[in-house]
Design a protein around this ligand. Structure first.
Ligand code: HEM
Length: 404
């Protein structure tokens, strides 16, 4: 067992998962700090935004130092590319997903999202206690992203294991481990074969889904390479649910800790628009971006990030930076000037932001309306292991009854 020494290591340690915020306050005293392994950790809003927009900062794993665990691509797809490839592949995928080519796609699905949400809450009818993660916040976005992408919903038990294995690799604490690398390679091969078979069957028999769109209508820039297509499909399937589950669960946890806001949401459902933005700031589903590397020496905040160094951008710390947000530790669903980093910023800013917002804007008011006297069973709840995709693993909620 390695000794936990630096502030960043303490933050990554599981014991900090429930409340890393006091450690972020400490971390921001040095906006850019260097870890023993050569990683630069960036914790202040201004510096994070500057680096997210800096073309000298790469997201391509091949630019990581030799032998660094992040040299291996995790999911592939355009999140792991730099311009110009990134921009082209992102445009090719976006054509089928939303604005500007298909602007009504997500909005047009609102009634169906509401149906899925109602169906899941109807399932609570004979119960007075549920696990909000397993019974709601996980199945909802999985149902949505599988339908959107054209992946059979019933295949979830098949891809669950691959996704869990690949998500493990996002954890910055993960070093090189041959046993894990074998598991990861196997998951990657099986996941890719699965997606390739699916892409073939959609090519033969296209439906109204993203994968069919990508294989049959490549648009003005021509077809995606096989690797770009499979990487994008894997990326969308995973990014499409692994983060939204945290936003919905962190959202209910925060509401149950702020019963006054929960009561207001019941009376004023439109409060949800500001509420979701504030949740993305206050309890961000993605805490750290550990996937950047410097292509050149970069002078910033009195430090020099040397060429070739890995960079970790602590988005959730930037979201609590008092130099950017007034009273940052206060949860205020009516906060103005809320340019949070919940969806990142710059060229890699979240591709699915409109979808995630819409799902959460529908889910939270409906949970608030239908659960009578909801209360937390344990506070803090048990968290998922990941310090990157941070959220509860389980969220037990008790209530008196479910209204119609
Ligand atoms: C609450 C839910 C979500 C949060 C908090 C979130 C957060 C983020 C963040 C922080 C990034 C930036 C990554 C980087 O700069 O390296 C990102 C990128 C991305 N997200 Fe999301 N995301 C969410 C939901 C979704 C959904 C529903 C989808 C899919 C439909 C999605 C697909 C993507 C993709 C493909 C990228 C890569 C974009 C690029 O590299 O250009 N995300 N997301």
């Amino acid at each position: 067992m390695r000794q936990v020494t630096s502030l960043y290591e303490q933050i990554l340690d599981y014991s900090s998962r429930a409340d890393p915020y006091p450690l972020y306050t400490e971390l921001r005293k040095t906006p850019v700090s260097r870890e023993e392994d050569g990683t630069y950790v960036v914790s202040t809003y201004r510096e994070i935004v500057a680096l997210l927009h800096d073309p000298r900062v790469s997201s391509d794993p091949r630019n990581f130092p030799k032998d660094h665990p992040r040299r291996e691509p995790i999911l592939g797809g355009f999140i792991a590319m730099d311009p110009p490839d990134h921009d082209r592949v992102r445009r090719q995928a976006m054509r089928h997903f939303g604005p500007p080519h298909d602007p009504g796609r997500i909005d047009g699905m609102r009634p169906w999202f509401a149906e899925v949400v109602s169906g899941l809450i109807d399932g609570f009818a004979d119960r007075q206690r549920v696990d909000l993660v397993d019974d709601f916040a996980y199945p909802f976005p999985v149902t949505v992203i599988t339908r959107l992408l054209g992946v059979p919903r019933e295949d979830e038990p098949r891809f669950r294991g691959w996704v869990d294995t690949l998500v493990e690799a996002i954890d910055p604490r993960h070093g090189r481990d041959p046993e894990y690398e074998r598991r990861r390679d196997r998951a990657m091969t099986e996941f890719s074969r699965y997606m390739a078979d699916l892409a073939d069957s959609h090519r033969r028999q296209p439906g109204d889904d993203l994968l069919s769109g990508m294989v049959t209508d490549p648009g003005p820039e021509g077809p995606l390479s096989r690797e770009a297509l499979l990487g994008t499909a894997r990326l969308l399937l995973v990014a499409g649910h692994e983060t939204t589950v945290n936003l919905i669960t962190n959202g209910m946890l925060t509401l149950l800790r702020h019963q006054d806001v929960l009561d207001r949401l019941r009376r004023e459902p439109d409060l949800v628009f500001g509420l979701v933005e504030e949740l993305l700031r206050y309890e961000a589903p993605v805490h750290v971006l550990p996937n950047r590397v410097a292509l050149d020496d970069i002078d910033i905040a009195g430090s020099t990030i040397s060429k070739g160094s890995p960079i970790a951008l602590v988005l959730a710390s930037g979201n609590r930076d008092p130099d950017r947000f007034s009273d940052p530790d206060r949860f205020d669903p009516e906060r103005e000037d809320n340019q949070h980093l919940g969806f990142g910023s710059g060229i890699h800013a979240c591709f699915g932001a409109a979808l995630a917002r819409t799902e959460t804007q529908i889910a939270l008011p409906e949970l608030a309306r239908r659960l009578e006297e909801p209360r937390l069973v344990a506070d803090p709840p048990q968290y998922r292991p990941s310090p990157v995709l941070r959220g509860p693993r389980h969220l037990a909620v008790e209530f008196d009854r479910v209204t119609a």
